[in-house]
Design a protein. Sequence first.
Length: 232
Amino acid sequence: MSAVLELRDAAKSFTMHLQGGLCLPVVAGVDFSVGAGQCVVLAGPSGAGKSSILKMIFGNYRCDRGQVLVHHGGTTVDVAAAEPRRILRLRQTVMGYVSQFLRAVPRVPALDVVAEPLIGEPAAREEARLKAAALLQRLGIPERLWQVPPVTFSGGEQQRVNIARGFLPERPLLLLDEPTASLDAANRATVVELIAEKKRRGVAIVAIVHDDEVRRAIADSVVDVTRFSPAA
């Protein structure tokens, strides 16, 4: 199984400039890889650094040291050392990300929020909106809400829009930060199905899930983040 993602001795800390330069280490010595069609779940208690690792992979956080290697199309990019424009290109073509919270322009309808990642790609706008509509329907968002800005939605509805937006584009690497946290049992099952479909298409997935049932359903391997504690 070819690796799509490799983390090698990656570390992250935060400097508290308003606290006299106090350094707060988060994780150190992070080493794992994810192959095509594989889902790796990050496990550990709250505050162990799981979301920080996802943000290091996505390039929101810069590593203090180490490598975050993304392999695609015969090339390798080290996110830890890449220029911002190279990271932006990776996000547009290689990496998908479902965060814990939906961030969208307030007046944009839900359908266009979901379709937006495909706009500018070969898919036409209407084709992108058709694909977005199919995902929203599958995730239980009624058609009467598709033209409504999701800022007015409930937390669970917003998360389903967030999931649809992250799952819509076909990217070889997908990062999931608590995608099922606000969902009922039926929609959790739908997300598990969507993840299984991505895996069958060869997508490499790194996920954070606290639901034991969901973890058992999606994980090919589990990485205990506590082993990367700087105090360990």
